[in-house]
Design a protein around this ligand. Structure first.
Ligand SMILES: [Zn+2]
Length: 420
């Protein structure tokens, strides 16, 4: 019996009494993914890292193919209970039943959202990529619009305006495409499913409003450059700028770009919850511990610093937003950090409920050499404050601005172009 014939008859009885049947696919020998339109770009989301198993459930039978094989196989999974996908000695097992071949395992859904991975459903296909030992990463290859439909509702409040939703859809689409065309070129995936890129939770996160916003703006991205030679850029956005944005150059040390320069919004988003915050207090001992920890993780000089003696603003931008801080330790050594580096150092390893956290680096510092406590006061905004401010967008949406104008006001001298 040939290999395919052997697998065609493979039947395993599941513990739950359900049947798992793996059979060859009746159609063409090579199964190809079928994005909604041939020209819609795919974004590859790394959902899970170095897992030794994931729980799979399928309402409709998906097809799978290991990299070494030509033939895709249909897998009838029980639709009402989970089955484990595992990797043992380079062989894939679904519910304990081996799948022929080795290497990356690709799974195509019969229809979007019919396969759940660890309880969540997604559009597009899945790739299970061996990651050493018997572990594997899970990557979801999804068309960019399907991806953005899930991302936008996690970024904005449900009650916010349609134009704010459309603006965010354009910005989220551009951000993901930029990542795919830069960092993604060097790896088998493009974006994280969390705040390191954008929060992505699959089908369950989509809303009517986000689907409409994405469909109404399909293909539209933000770009910058000479007419007809525009290029997309990393369209940073954050929750609340606190009235003044900072440039990507100041915040992240990137090359200066006009669309990502600093802007004075003159308190446009002052209705936001976190427009004003503080004071936030932290002891010098605790700040020292966090700075050393940050230095250790980043390979920076702060790891060997003596106790914090003083913290001061070193530099502000042209609209008086602090962009650099300097820490002096008890030995007199000075350590200069950008605002975002300081915020990351202070917040690293803390939970959202931790009171000693900085919502932004847009604040003043009260630091008395004789006092054991440092106070961050007169704080404004939430997030890094680069690029589009979501609260400013919503205020503009409420004021009747169209999404095109909302996006372009956030990125000076940028243009909207069609990417597909
Ligand atoms: Zn703002």
């Amino acid at each position: 019996m040939g290999r395919i014939g052997r697998w065609a008859t493979l039947v395993a009885v599941m513990a739950a009494g359900m049947l798992l049947v793996i059979s060859p696919l009746a159609c063409a020998p090579r199964h190809k993914p079928s994005p909604p339109s041939a020209s819609t770009p795919i974004v590859r989301v790394r959902l899970l890292v170095a897992r030794d198993n994931v729980a799979i459930r399928a309402a409709l039978a998906p097809t799978v193919r290991a990299f070494s094989e030509k033939q895709a196989l249909r897998v009838n999974l029980p639709g009402t209970s989970d089955v484990a996908l595992t990797l043992k000695d380079n062989r894939w097992l679904i519910g304990g039943v081996p799948i022929p071949g080795g290497g990356v395992l690709t799974m195509w859904q019969a229809d979007d959202g019919t396969v759940s991975i660890n309880g969540r459903t997604y559009r597009g296909r899945f790739r299970f990529i061996p990651a050493g030992g018997n572990t594997f990463d899970v990557v979801n290859d999804v068309d960019i619009d399907g991806y953005v439909k899930s991302v936008v509702p996690r970024e904005l409040l449900k009650s916010w305006g349609e134009e704010a939703y459309k603006a965010q859809a354009i910005v989220a689409r551009t951000y993901a495409l930029y990542e795919a065309r830069t960092a993604g070129l060097r790896r088998q995936w493009d974006v994280y499913p969390d705040q390191r890129s954008q929060v992505y939770g699959g089908c369950q996160d989509e809303s009517e409003k986000s689907r409409a916003a994405v469909d109404d703006t399909t293909g539209v991205v933000v770009a910058y450059g000479q007419l007809n030679h525009e290029r997309i850029f990393k369209t940073y956005f954050s929750a609340c700028c606190g009235g003044v944005t900072q440039s990507a150059a100041d915040a992240f040390g990137e090359a200066y770009q006009v669309p990502l320069s600093d802007q004075n919004l003159h308190g446009l988003c002052s209705a936001a919850n976190n427009y004003n915050w503080g004071p936030v207090e932290i002891s010098k001992d605790e700040l020292t511990r966090r700075l050393r920890d940050y230095g250790r993780r980043r390979g920076r000089a702060e790891r060997d610093m003596a106790k914090v003696s003083k913290l001061e603003i070193q530099l502000v931008n042209r609209f008086n937003r602090p962009i650099r801080f300097v820490v002096t330790d008890t030995n007199g050594s000075r350590f200069s950090l950008t605002g975002e580096e300081l915020r990351n150092a202070v917040n690293a390893g803390t939970s959202k409920d931790e009171p000693a956290r900085l919502l932004s680096s847009f604040c003043k510092v009260v630091c008395d050499p004789t006092n054991e406590t440092i106070r961050f006061v007169d704080g404004h905004g939430n997030g890094h404050g680069v690029g589009l401010c979501q609260w400013c967008s919503e205020i503009r949406s409420e004021a009747g601005l169209r999404h095109e104008d909302i996006v372009l006001s956030a990125y000076p001298r940028a243009r909207l172009v069609r990417a597909y």
